[in-house]
Design a protein around this ligand. Structure first.
Ligand SMILES: C[S@@+](CC[C@H](N)C(=O)[O-])C[C@H]1O[C@@H](n2cnc3c(N)ncnc32)[C@H](O)[C@@H]1O
Length: 203
């Protein structure tokens, strides 16, 4: 079921944004801010792959200008809501493995709570790397299978939101290492009810 193509952006924000995802967004903001301070990058150019209704991009507006924010998502309902929030950002409705912003190199690519939906996961990571500047930062935050339940329950739970494949921490780490030729830094952000990890790596 293509849940996110059907659900309206306003409803998505009411159901998910404030309650479930805020702690993950905070961890992401801390990570990217630390990186930009260390590298002394001002007004970074940032891409959010599968940006949903633009909640992460909206927070990123605190650390860069809106015109330097880019987002993609395959659901028109989601991109429409993002464009309403951020009329000066650059938003396109495309699948995750497609990078429509030719001639732009990004200081940072982010991706939150959506990687498990992507049908072309390895290709998406390769494409993310291809649009990053040299030494640019990639941060992916996503769920892993429920450690406290048999894998069947992960499958059942995610069948409702149209997940493709929920990577284990090892699968995700190996995939990133395979593309970037270095291990990502991995932090567990929550255990229950959704086990969520953050993976970050420099190109
Ligand atoms: C749980 S939402 C997360 C959205 C946003 N990253 C956030 O943190 O609020 C998952 C998002 O992935 C998008 N998505 C699912 N499959 C996709 C695909 N193949 N390509 C691009 N976006 C996809 C959905 O449309 C939805 O906006």
């Amino acid at each position: 079921m293509k849940f996110y193509k059907l659900i309206n952006g306003f409803l998505y924000d009411k159901l998910f944004g404030p309650f479930w995802f805020r702690p993950f967004y905070s961890a992401l903001m801390k990570e990217v801010k630390k990186y930009f301070i260390e590298k002394q990058i001002q007004n970074p150019i940032i891409l959010d792959v599968a940006c949903g209704t633009g909640n992460v991009l909206f927070l990123l507006k605190n650390i860069t200008i809106e015109n330097n924010l880019y987002g993609t998502d395959y659901s028109k309902n989601m991109t429409k809501a993002t464009i309403q929030k951020l009329p000066n950002a650059h938003i396109e409705t495309v699948s995750s493995e497609i990078m429509p912003f030719q001639n732009i190199s990004f200081d940072c690519v982010v991706n939150t709570i959506s990687f498990h939906h992507f049908p072309h996961q390895l290709e998406t990571i390769k494409q993310m790397k291809s649009v990053l500047k040299n030494n640019g930062l990639l941060v992916i935050i996503d769920v892993v299978p429920f450690s406290y339940l048999p894998y069947f329950f992960t499958k059942l739970f995610h069948s409702f939101d149209g997940a493709f494949h929920v990577c284990s921490k090892k699968e995700m780490t190996d995939m990133i290492e395979n593309v970037f030729h270095k291990k990502p830094t991995v932090v567990q952000l929550s255990h229950f009810p959704l086990p969520v990890f953050m993976y970050s790596v420099h190109s």
